[in-house]
Ligand binder design. Sequence first.
Ligand SMILES: [Zn+2]
Length: 147
Amino acid sequence: MRMQTDGPLCGCGGHGCLEALASRTAIERDIRQGIAAGRKTVLAESVSDGAGVIRSNVLRRALEVKDELVQEVMTRAAQVLGLACMQIRQLLDPEVIVLGGGVIEACKSHILPIVLEVMASDGMAKRGRAGRSSSPAWATTRWCSAP
Ligand SMILES: [Zn+2]
């Protein structure tokens, strides 16, 4: 799902896809870029040795200690995810949108409120033109996540 015409390169070969902006891989890329640019983060030491991936539980712990870089990157990713959910709702009006994966499981307390906030800002929903899933009750009671 293309979110930006000139966004970062995606694994599919395109640019600006949802995956390239909001996946764990994208979050890790942005955190590493922040560290390279001199930003301070509790993750600096763990990624400086080039070791492996930044796992979802590591992101959760960084959010719990209110790490500014991780909060900023995760918020931006959640906003893009919220826009994607808004577009899905506008186009398909599904009864349920299922968000799954390790990052959602580990960091849902940070991500989901932002997704819901973005969806609530939808002008079509505010005017009651976004179909059955336009009510805030839908947004707060229909979230679930895949195992
Ligand atoms: Zn792609």
